[in-house]
Write a new protein. Sequence first.
Length: 79
Amino acid sequence: MADVLIRGLSDVAGARIDAAAASQGLSRQEYLRRRFEAERAHGESVGRLTIEDLRRAGTAAADLDDPEVMDRAWRRGGG
């Protein structure tokens, strides 16, 4: 089972997620798990993966092997 960490999510987006989860009587984690599983079940492809997509992903993930960065992210994450 995979764990997912999303850094840089806006406070507004987080509040919307929390409100949607609460309206269904779910935790944030359970709400998002169900949403991700539903997306996977549809099997829809949004588009083609481009070199620019890979560059952006590489830039976003550049510091993920830094233990201090990951420690800070997990301490702030939770919820």
